[in-house]
Design a protein around this ligand. Structure first.
Ligand code: ADP
Length: 175
């Protein structure tokens, strides 16, 4: 079932520029920074973010931990660790779904109304883009709470087109 009060947007943007309550970071389990969106977030947030992350003691795949946004326009960063795609089903879809649901749970605890997600695990971690987008859309649609605006932030045209066509089609939300 669609939650008609949830506003979902697909944007082609650099997630570090967005003025939302929460941006989600596709981190690695050390939470000490890395490449891709993780590196971009740490560069934009400044060294205070790394200091705060050092105190979190890492994070398991499928889980999430929150920090402040520091120098970012976003108030908070939720760091989630996506699964590394291993070429066959080793529980990666469930872990990826958990990244979205745990991030939304933490966003609720922070009192957030808006949250921006990157396409978790689809870069360096190699999760195929279409099933990853289906999981993201389905999990977000299942969420109920005070978060009312969800942005799927796409760094390339191909990813944006995947999200747009799945959202228009509607089946990913209802499977
Ligand atoms: P992972 O290790 O989880 O695969 P990556 O950072 O390699 O994480 O990639 C996740 C997604 O984030 C990819 O679609 C990548 O293109 C995208 N990405 C990279 N930099 C940014 C950014 N600054 N803003 C938004 N998305 C980004």
């Amino acid at each position: 079932m669609f939650d008609s009060t949830l506003q979902i947007e697909v944007v082609e943007a650099d997630i570090t520029r967005l003025e939302v309550d929460v941006i989600v970071n596709a981190a690695n389990s050390s939470l000490l920074g890395g490449g891709g969106v993780d590196g971009a977030i740490h560069r934009a947030a400044g060294p205070e973010l790394l200091d705060e992350c050092r105190r979190l003691g890492g994070c398991d795949a499928g889980d999430a931990k929150a920090t402040k946004g520091h120098r970012l326009p976003a108030k908070h960063v939720i760091h989630t660790v996506g699964p590394i795609w291993r070429g066959r089903d080793k529980g990666e879809p469930e872990l990826l779904s958990s990244c979205y649901s745990r991030s939304l749970q933490l966003a609720e605890q922070l009192g957030a109304r808006s949250i921006a997600f990157p396409a978790i695990s689809t870069g360096i971690y190699g999760f195929p883009k279409i099933p990853a987008a289906q999981i993201a859309i389905k999990t977000v649609h299942q969420h109920r709470g005070k978060v009312k605006r969800v942005l799927f932030v796409c760094f390339d045209r191909e990813t944006a087109e995947i999200y747009r066509s799945l959202l228009l089609d509607g089946t990913a939300a209802n499977e």
